[in-house]
Design a binder for this molecule. Structure first.
Ligand code: NAP
Ligand code: GDP
Length: 349
């Protein structure tokens, strides 16, 4: 049985990847940050009490800002594959918490690579490492962006991801480690954090549809993104680590849409006639420097690994709308029963 270790397992991608690996028969270990409230909701459907004899998902407390914890977990989990997904992953927040973002995203990756380097010392076990890179690294580079496009990062998050990318390339070359950088364009799902623009829209329009919310405050509506489905993208991560040689790959759909187009389609699926009546701009959601146009060129991963996305832009939005309509209905039921339902995160995203 192969063993995998996932940092960021409680996040959107971590939960999809854990499901994929379990379905392939892996024993999965995940790193969970200690929090005062439970942060494992996305893992509920696959979590088994560790006392169960057939439990193959194991969670460990740790943090990528704490190198010693990474060493302990590597020793315990003894993984064949490591997926480093942990990140302060919100671009807008990275302007407010720039040093922290660098510590988690850039130096956190370096800490992990140092642990890997010791662990895979000569004669030691071979471990394959996936680094979660981002299309944000391309920043203001002209579209379409491919593996050969120069990075022009536009946020502390993107700069930190560029550093993590180059640390990974350097450790691959210097120490002969099996390390792959995935350069993933935006990918979404009903599990996407609620302060990212797609989920913020599908959550808010559901509530607006049922009269639970009046307004949706957004920032830059002209930004263009290459949006795919997270379930498809974790397959690309896994595929990269199954090859004979480590390499770096862009993962994208090859289609780009504006935030306005996302609003159009989401409103259409909800049966909302004119979303402009409900949407207002709020300066707090603009970034000091934004990325205007991301459009990935996925030809390398299609050609070399045979990967291509299955879920279209429209299907992605439908999945998110259907899910968030159900959530809004549940909130409506609670509201009718006299409960106060708070829309969390509205001021943060
Ligand atoms: P996400 O939902 O924000 O998940 C991030 C995960 O990292 C969470 O499990 C979080 O734990 C964990 N984490 C944060 N700080 C940590 C720390 N100091 N130590 C250990 N764990 C920590 O992000 P995602 O959408 O799944 O993305 C996964 C990775 O891909 C991230 O590295 C992200 O930057 C990158 N990426 C994402 C996209 C995208 O469109 N989704 C595109 C390109 C790259 P908590 O649950 O406790 O917060
Ligand atoms: P990002 O591409 O990783 O920054 O993903 P986001 O979903 O956070 O943002 C995508 C684009 O939507 C960016 O260009 C944002 O400036 C834009 N945007 C417009 N309004 C909002 C908002 O209210 N929240 C967020 N998160 N992004 C917004």
């Amino acid at each position: 049985m192969k063993r995998a270790l996932i940092s960021g397992i409680t996040g959107q991608d971590g939960s999809f990847l854990a499901e994929l690996l379990l379905s392939k028969g892996y024993e999965v270990h995940g790193i969970v940050r200690r929090a005062s409230t439970f942060n494992t909701d996305r893992l509920d459907s696959i979590y088994l009490d560790p006392h169960e004899p057939n439990a193959t998902l194991h969670l460990h407390y740790g943090d990528v800002t704490d190198g010693a914890s990474l060493r302990h977990i590597m020793d315990k989990a003894q993984p064949d594959e490591v997926y480093n997904l942990a990140a302060q992953s919100h671009v807008r927040v990275s302007f407010d918490q720039a040093e922290y973002t660098a510590d988690v995203v850039a130096t956190g990756t370096l800490r992990f690579l140092e642990v890997l380097r010791d662990y895979v010392s000569p004669g030691g076990k071979q471990v394959r490492f996936y680094q979660a890179g981002s299309s944000e690294m391309f920043g203001s580079a002209n579209p379409p962006q491919s593996e050969s496009t120069e990075f022009q990062p536009r946020s502390p998050y993107a700069v930190s991801k560029v550093a993590a990318h180059w640390y990974s390339v350097n450790y691959r070359e210097a120490y002969g480690l099996f390390i792959c950088n995935g350069i993933l364009f935006n990918h979404e799902s009903p599990r996407r954090g609620e302060t990212f623009v797609t989920r913020k829209i599908t959550r808010a329009l559901g509530r607006i549809k049922l009269g639970l919310q009046e307004k949706l405050f957004l920032g830059n509506l002209t930004a263009m993104r290459d949006w795919g489905y997270a379930g498809d993208y974790v397959e690309a991560m896994w595929l990269m680590l199954q090859q004979d040689q480590p390499d770096d790959y862009v993962v994208a759909t090859g289609e780009s849409h504006s935030v306005t187009e996302f609003l159009d389609l989401a409103a259409f699926h909800y049966g909302i006639d004119n979303w402009r009546r409900y949407v207002e701009t709020d300066p707090r959601y603009f970034r000091p420097t934004d990325v205007n146009y991301l459009l990935g060129d996925p030809s390398k991963i299609r050609r070399k690994l045979g990967w291509q996305p299955k879920v279209t832009f429209e299907e992605l939005i439908r999945k998110m709308v259907d899910h968030d309509m159900e959530l809004a209905k549940q909130e409506q039921t609670l509201t009718h029963a006299g409960h106060k339902v708070v829309m969390r995160g509205l001021s943060h995203g």
